[in-house]
Design a protein around this ligand. Sequence first.
Ligand code: ZN
Length: 76
Amino acid sequence: MGLFRLLILIALVFAAVWLWRRLTRKPRPASRSAAPAMVRCAQCGVHIPKDRALHGNDRWYCSQAHLEQDRSHGGR
Ligand SMILES: [Zn+2]
């Protein structure tokens, strides 16, 4: 019964690959030591995490649109 053995072999290989993937997959270090620093949008005043905020004119903005609005409003 060569075919039967081949099927078992394939199943074993699949199981091994699945197991290997399960073992090698590491949990993400999602939580860093501290919470992300929050900054305030200079245009609308909303609070956003610093890594998502945009920096311009020595200020922080929640979006590109607000950055440009403030720049056109304040600067020449
Ligand atoms: Zn804003």
